[in-house]
Design a protein. Sequence first.
Length: 202
Amino acid sequence: MVFHNLVFKMPMVAEDGKDREVQTLIRREKNRLKTLIRSRDRSQSYEWITHIEVEVEPLANGSQMRQLDLNEIRQKGDDQLTEAAQNNIILYDNSLYGPRWENRKSVLCGKDFQLTEIELKEEFVSDLLNYKLHPAIFDMCTQYDDPRKKDDEPFLPFAYKKLAISGEFPRKVYSYIRSYPDNNFQESEVWYDITILDEDGT
């Protein structure tokens, strides 16, 4: 499956004791499904708030993702940047996120790239029976801790130009993030390419 122009416009918050009406609107445009997810507070008849916009199409038959050599990527790492990146790793508050998000095993940084090893804890492996793209794994795969940025907060994605999914997540993955050469780390918005790999580099 391929997602195009995926934008997270606004978080959806449901207050205690209040009902929230949620709609998923789908319209076919040629070979894509244009999808919009929106909600509103039913008790006060507020106007609709759009949370997500995306265009979806099937992954082309026979499409294969390029295999990468993890050892070759590791050899390009820089120890100084690795230490800086490790110092920036978020220690999640379990009361907000839970121990599933404590899954980042190592971070290796080099010039304009980051390679992160992510592994779901043993006690949560059964999650993968129901969550083919585990949200805790995916969240950590998309965090980038470039030491050149202006503060200690990681960059988190709010939009994807293209997101291609060719299979389900195993327990252990590697996130290979490449920074665009013209990124300005003094700005609040930067662009990356992200590839999520299994232990074989596929």
